[in-house]
Ligand binder design. Sequence first.
Ligand SMILES: Cc1ncc(COP(=O)(O)O)c(C=O)c1O
Length: 379
Amino acid sequence: MATDRSGADARAAELAAALVRDELRGFPAYTVAYPEGITVKLDANELPFPLPPDVAAELARELAAVDLNRYPDAEHDELRAEIASGLGVDPDSLVCGNGSDEIIGLLINTFARPRPGRARAAVAYPVPTFAVFGGAALAAGCEQVEIPLEADFTLDGERLERAIAAARPNLVFFARPNNPTGTLWPSRQVAEVARAHPDMLVVSDEAYAAFAGDSMIGMTAELPNLLVMQTLSKTGLAGLRIGYLHAAPAILAEVDKVRMPYNIGALNQRASLWILRHCRPLLAERCAQVVRERERLAASMATMPGVRAFPSQANLILFRVGEPGDGRATATWKAMCRRGVLIRSFDRPGPLSGCMRVTIGSAAENDRFLSALADALAA
Ligand SMILES: Cc1ncc(COP(=O)(O)O)c(C=O)c1O
């Protein structure tokens, strides 16, 4: 017989409301829409290709040998060494996170000391950008400093400098390329910020670096306050949740105080290590394929009346349909869902009004996207 939980649930709701931190009230949790009937999933910036079956079978044999009764390597030494060798950096300049999402939270929680005379530490980032920067800053009780991009999503140096001078943030995050706009802000511009503000941590979040061929890793020796984050998620391994941070060991020593022990599971460590050792050329070729598809998609979208696609260096294209506020984008998104194609809508008041974002898929998925978009716009 089912127990009646209504009384307990009501008391739990009262308790949660009484104890939750003020800044979290009214803040929505991150949710992922997944309407029924979707057969083409182009909403989450994943790589569209699974591992080939023979590779997956070999990996399964490798994973069967992992001792699940034991905790994983807390320092993930082998994985760090493998990633470091690919990047050409010292393993001691790397720490892994459960996705780069975790690293964003770790950085903000670690370096959240308010500046003298300020009640809270500030965390800055150009907007629109990846939602986790703001969410993690809010969850850590920091001031969120949003620096508006220009209408074409470029970064104005003077506006950036004024915002930083006024807010004096502890950390500034630059997603390079940016999500959801796909824009690649020049490394020179970000390096200038790091040079001009040696008392601030400047983070180049390079989740999409594989599609842009651009990284600031080579600049970290010259700029001790420059930190670089990357991830395996976008290059075919989103399910493994492996992100990493490259920074000076003194910075990582502080981050390690906040990082939970055993933050990377044993299966995730072994799988990512094995895949990096055996499949790097395969992953690289697939990313190159996505870049070729991105250019094909951009060229097709450029010919569609009423569609404005923004230039992208990532595995995604942001585009606007209709005019901001006319509701056309939302109607188009719904019509595409009915045709089985899921993309991400950002159509709400603000700089992304009228905008949607498509993740670059396989050639067949991209064709489905193009025809669903054309149909939806004609409807
Ligand atoms: C700019 C940016 N940074 C970080 C992440 C998070 O990546 P991960 O899967 O490694 O947590 C994303 C994911 O979409 C992203 O767009």
